[in-house]
Design a protein around this ligand. Structure first.
Ligand SMILES: [Cu+2]
Length: 342
């Protein structure tokens, strides 16, 4: 689907132009994106328009890396995708349902992930194993699903897909009060770093991969860290002994150069915020110690979310689960930890 891919490319290139691009496409009854039929006669104009947008995009990207990005205004018109999948787990109290969903062409690879459901009545008749179709609604900063319909179970028995083989080492889960073992990683400048170099400072650690497309997952985590950095820097007579560490679990793609650009696009101040990655066995170990798991699935990476605060003595102070925490909450934990007496 080249049209959808094109649109996605431009969307990731610069969000401002996504609406301009959207006007070039129509959403048909199956909600798949295609070029407007009547666009054929205006194709030369469209092509010129795309070129101009591309030119303005590259300028915007350059500016972004020089100046911290302002929080984008929330788009009120969600993009809608029709998706099918299998219910893995229902959590009505959390207003989420975990679904192993099929590929969403031009947007996201097939993966298993929790989706927010705003009306929990939609979950009432569902159970794990049900085949469902639903609408996925995505804005610049949010994502949720609705119109969840049960589908008849397919008659063929597909074998379960198992995760790929990977090297792991046995690690103990870390609880509040436990000392974080030393881990060595490589930062966005290609320099070796160690978690123990942050002793004496409050350290917030979180996990992402830069290709993650879903707004409430890695992009939200990045925005929250950017806001936490901004709030902590703005604290009059606030502590200065704090640091943020964002670890990528996609070292193959997230090279130092990729991390540097990703950090810059989120207003990373390298004095207080490091993006890093490392050997997969180390990333896996530290992630699992905080209860985060990730695995590759049909070309994408499925994962859950963890953010931890380490105190200046190197002990775990707090572990935030999922994406419901706020930058206010994190900034408060970090500044309290920073002010903590040894
Ligand atoms: Cu993600």
């Amino acid at each position: 689907m080249p049209a959808a891919m094109l649109r996605w490319l431009f969307k990731t290139c610069c969000r401002a132009s996504s609406r301009q691009i959207q006007s070039l496409f129509r959403v048909d009854s199956k909600r798949s994106l295609s070029f407007r039929r009547d666009a054929g006669s205006t194709l030369p104009v469209v092509a010129l328009g795309l070129l101009l947008i591309a030119a303005s995009c590259s300028r915007e990207t350059e500016q972004k890396s020089a100046t911290p990005k302002k929080p984008s205004t929330t788009s009120t018109n969600p993009t809608i995708y029709q998706v099918k999948g299998v219910v893995v787990e229902l959590s009505p109290e959390e207003k989420t349902v975990r679904i192993k969903h099929e590929e969403i062409p031009g947007y996201m690879a097939a993966m298993t992930m929790p989706f927010e459901v705003r009306d929990t009545n939609e979950l009432r008749r569902l159970e794990a194993g049900d085949h469902v179709a639903f609408r996925m609604l995505v804005t610049d900063t949010d994502g949720w699903i609705d119109q969840v319909r049960k589908l008849p179970r397919p008659t063929t028995n597909n074998p379960p897909t198992t995760g790929p083989f990977r090297f792991v080492r046995d690690v103990e889960p870390l609880n509040v009060g436990d000392v974080l073992p030393e881990y060595r990683f490589t930062n966005q400048l290609g320099q070796a770093i160690s978690t123990s170099q942050f002793r004496g400072r409050a350290l917030a650690i979180t996990f992402i991969f830069t290709r993650c497309p879903f707004p409430t997952f890695c992009p939200r985590t990045m925005e929250n860290f950017a806001e936490t950095q901004r709030k902590l820097l703005a604290l009059a007579s606030g502590p200065t002994n704090w640091h943020l560490l964002t670890l990528s679990f996609d070292p193959e793609f997230d090279t130092p150069a990729v991390l540097k650009a990703y950090g810059a696009s989120h207003g990373q101040d390298p004095r207080h915020w490091t993006l890093a990655t490392g050997a997969l066995i180390d990333i896996t170990a530290i992630a699992e110690q905080f209860g985060l798991t990730f695995w590759s699935e049909d070309g994408g990476i499925s994962h859950n979310l963890r953010t931890a605060v380490i105190d200046p003595a190197g002990r775990v102070r707090k572990i935030f689960i999922g994406n419901k925490w706020t930058s206010d909450g994190l900034a408060e934990e970090v500044s309290e930890a920073a002010n903590q007496l040894p």
